[in-house]
Design a protein around this ligand. Structure first.
Ligand code: PLP
Length: 365
């Protein structure tokens, strides 16, 4: 550290120069995060100093967390679901696997995830000493449920299905997983980190949530399609008592026990997440999701006129292409299979799609 502090002017000019090295969201087509909704920004500033790790000191903020859980529970067809605000999908997935592991004490526990699973499961399994078994996906990158017979066994503590896969935007056959999980009496975790804030706002979506009796827990990330500030995730469980197995004693806090992974937790992004949902309502979310889906369709149609076919028709707003080149000035990403991947987040407006397609056209000319 410096012996003596620097001037505000020097400090802020240094920070501004660093901030200018960041990319703006405008040309970012590769991220599942987006510019926060203006309401989220305002609320975040308002709740800056709140700590949900000591809820008795911040009762108002803590009740907003409860309300966020209730709102997302309602979206998942279970208003009384238990839950708490996590730092994102990674923490939600880790915590879900912790619960599953504790509920079924076996000598060598394993978890079955689809090959399309997010890398957070690798971290979770490493931390929890769980064997991670990978189930194949079909030609549309959805989990192959028929293949599970040879993979799920008596040591399987959890089966994971994904709603809105990170790479291809696909929804696994959760209804069939629910049946299988019930038959095998196995915990079923649904990773809807991305799709949880998309699918409920589509027209007539297939059930993927607590409507299905086999679903035990669900991850949903407000800091992705929920347009909150970062970090805002949410882990929901069918019965709040499922968290009891994670409780530790917290002698010097206003609560006697806690089940969260983090201790100190900012309430700012949690209040922001709730605020966006309250402000937009289902109507507002439907409009945003419809726009993102329309832009995804337009992008796919446009790319195919350049001879870049879609890798698959996605279930949510993630488009992937067989396409080697990408125009300068744009951030796109690549899947593990080498497909070009574009996430049509709310900041990727129609004019952004058209500008990208123009640049693709010039590249092909
Ligand atoms: C983004 C994502 C995660 C991880 O979420 P973080 O917020 O980055 O921790 C997990 N699962 C899926 C399906 C995701 O899309």
């Amino acid at each position: 550290m410096r012996e003596r502090g620097c001037s505000e002017e020097e400090l802020f000019s240094f920070l501004s120069s660093k901030r200018r090295e960041d990319l703006g969201y405008h040309n970012i087509l590769s991220s599942m995060c987006t510019s926060p909704h203006p309401v989220a920004e305002r609320v975040h500033a308002m709740f800056l100093e709140t700590n949900l790790g000591d809820p008795g000191l911040f009762r108002g903020t803590a009740s907003l967390e409860d309300l966020l859980v209730r709102r997302i529970g309602e979206l998942m067809h279970h208003p009384d679901a238990g839950g708490y605000a996590t730092s994102g999908g990674t923490e939600s997935n880790i915590q879900a696997l912790r619960i599953a592991k504790k509920r079924k004490p076996v000598a060598s526990p394993n978890v079955v995830v689809p090959a399309s699973a997010h890398f957070s499961f690798e971290k979770a399994c490493d931390m929890l000493s769980l064997e991670m078994r990978t189930a194949p996906v079909d030609a549309c990158y959805r989990m192959e449920v028929d293949a599970l017979d040879g993979i799920v066994d008596k040591n399987t503590v959890c089966i994971v299905g994904i709603v809105g896969t990170t790479e291809y935007g696909m929804i696994d056959p959760i209804a069939r997983l629910s049946e299988l999980a019930e038959e095998r009496e196995t915990f079923l975790h649904v990773d809807a980190a991305f799709g949880g804030m998309v699918v409920p706002f589509l027209q007539n979506p297939a059930p993927f949530d607590f409507q299905l009796p086999g679903v035990d827990s669900i991850s949903v990330d407000p800091h992705k399609m929920g347009m909150s500030t970062i970090p805002a995730g949410c882990l929901l469980v069918r019965d709040a008592r499922m968290f009891t197995c994670l409780n530790v004693d917290t002698p010097y806090l206003t609560v006697k026990q806690e089940c969260t992974l983090a201790g100190t937790r900012s309430g700012a992004s949690v209040a922001a997440a709730l605020a966006v949902l309250e402000y937009l309502g289902k109507d507002g979310m439907r409009a945003i999701v419809a726009g993102c889906m329309e832009n995804t369709r337009r992008l796919i149609e446009g790319m195919e006129t350049f001879g870049c076919p879609r890798a698959v028709t996605p279930d949510v707003n993630v488009a992937t292409f067989v396409c080697d080149a990408s125009p300068a000035g744009w951030r796109v990403s690549r899947t593990r299979n080498g497909h070009m991947r574009i996430v049509c987040m709310p900041h990727v407006h129609r004019d952004v799609i058209e500008a990208f397609l123009r640049d693709m056209g010039e590249l092909n000319a």
